[in-house]
Design a protein around this ligand. Structure first.
Ligand SMILES: [Zn+2]
Length: 130
């Protein structure tokens, strides 16, 4: 899948809902599995917990699709003017991608911008430290 198409799926998840102590849906994510299925998610940031959009998409992939290998993944944030920014996964999400299936370290391509894509291994260089 072209990364522009996956970015569009992630953008479709951006629907901010302001909470008293947080926000839901100001970041959207999309992933495509190695079998070609697409899963999306939006962030859930409450006063007590934060679940990134990427991990919501990963949870849907696992629980709805019984799949574990990610071919590509992307997250986006949109500002108040509608400009879209592709944002990198946090450390927790990078580790989750690795931990759900160690093959992902080599096969998952992380989209970092409209013209930059890197393997998960680049973002998690010491994944096999211990
Ligand atoms: Zn994250």
């Amino acid at each position: 899948m072209h990364h522009r198409d996956l970015i569009a799926h992630a953008c479709a998840q951006v629907h901010p809902k302001q909470l008293k102590d947080g926000v839901i849906g100001d970041v959207g994510a999309a992933l495509v599995t190695t079998t070609g299925h697409i899963y999306t998610g939006r962030c859930i940031l409450t006063g007590s917990n934060t679940i990134c959009a990427e991990r919501v998409a990963i949870a849907r992939m696992v629980s709805e699709g019984n799949e574990y290998t990610i071919a590509q993944i992307v997250a986006v944030w949109r500002d108040e003017h509608g400009r879209v920014y592709v944002i990198p996964p946090c450390g927790h999400c990078r580790q989750a991608m690795h931990d759900i299936d160690p093959q992902n370290i080599r096969i998952t391509q992380v989209i970092l911008s409209h013209d930059r894509v890197v393997p998960l291994a680049t973002l998690l260089p010491y994944h096999d430290w211990w």
